[in-house]
Design a protein around this ligand. Sequence first.
Ligand SMILES: Cc1ncc(COP(=O)(O)O)c(C=O)c1O
Length: 479
Amino acid sequence: MAQEYRYLQLEAWLLQCLKEQRWRPGERLPSIRSLCREHGVSKATAQHALQRLEAQGLVEARPKAGHFVSQQIPRAQPPLSRTRIEAPRPVTVSDLLLDIMRRSAAFDILPESHSGELPPGIVALNRSIGRSLRRQKGEDYQYYDEPAGDGGLREQLALHLSRRGLQVGPEHLCITSGCQHALFLALMACCKRGDVVAVESPGFYGVMQLIEQLELRVVEVPASSETGMDIDALEEVLRRWQVRACIVSPAFATPGGALMGDSSKRRLLALAEQYDLAVIEDDIYADTAFGAVPDPLKALDTEDRVILCSSFSKCLSRDLRLGWISGGRWHARILHLKLMTQLASSRFLQRGVAEFMADGGLTAHLRRLRIELRERRDHLLALLQAWPGEVRVSAPQGGLAVWVELADTVDTLAIYPEALSAGVVITPGPLFSVSGKFKNCLRLSFAHAWTNAREAALKQLPELLYQPIQSCNFRQSPP
Ligand SMILES: Cc1ncc(COP(=O)(O)O)c(C=O)c1O
């Protein structure tokens, strides 16, 4: 496809000539005017092709004299790290988990099969960002944006959140580099080394990694894949240990897509008050809701002790690396930490996204996405009906994945490497706990369209999981 561009065609022709030594080192290349005439291209195209050769060190531009073949042709560049061959090394469990984390972040069982077609929402988003880039004015590129982020984007986010019952002004929001960054800032702001943090179990592995890096301690609170964190269990934990913060994902928690009810949310906030906890709310999946988007926990927070963290990664684009945080009583410290960890976010990117939101692009995109996700979830549940053996599957009303519990004899971590060598990425249960639990579980995603190749990959899994294959006993949790 890239070869359609005329400057690339001309560059390829020039490269071929250089390879054939049509002109020797130090000799002058044809002038721009003659290249234009002979190849039927514009001056800008000819200049572009020559500039690319110059960037490769193959030609030199001499003012008012033209382009000359370099005296010294540079040696071939070493391949990019993507293709570098690494020295053999033993794989430890933590290396394995890091590998799973990296691959599973894309939520794709078969990463090789993506079609490359852009949904209309992303086309519109890219256009907005392109416009914003073209409008970049004066010396913008020489300055950092303010640490809190672009005011226009924060206004749009405040408006977006107000539709879910949360009234926060733009001044209460700070733009981050994704939700992972927001969670990092939240933990740094309210905890110090050695503090105990309560997390859902199973829960988001990225949080466990942050806790490890910040030298905090973790206590796992059981969570169901229907209703989320068990508040009775949390209460018991709080009675027994001094806990500094609690991280919860009330809307469609990973891995199972649990939705926490209002009464649990209220109890959680009451406990937070009683035990003086910071509550870190990971709200990243809320906008994927198939039905009404649930109000955030923070909408019920009268004490400013909920730190809301989210991003566009699950509902729009992971590649934006844009998220936000509303830090409650810790907000000033969070702004300081944002400055220290990122200085600022890209201004043109934020403005492009703000314009996309103001144009109604996000609303239209979410409308389509929710329908698609629901269909993909249904299809996944139907495919899982054909799995043999004991299978228990969550039936989330939002999010991007289901949680699958298999017979106790199954070891999903053990089959990870084998599945990977067949090109299939599974997300084994032990990734969602720090204590190696959930060995017989796995997270399966419906984030991507069901192609024949993805279906075949899914169908192939039971063979790996069960040896010998057992008879079908599929049970689905109530919605
Ligand atoms: C629950 C949860 N929180 C946060 C993140 C990190 O999101 P981001 O890509 O915005 O950093 C993820 C990504 O997988 C996630 O699943």
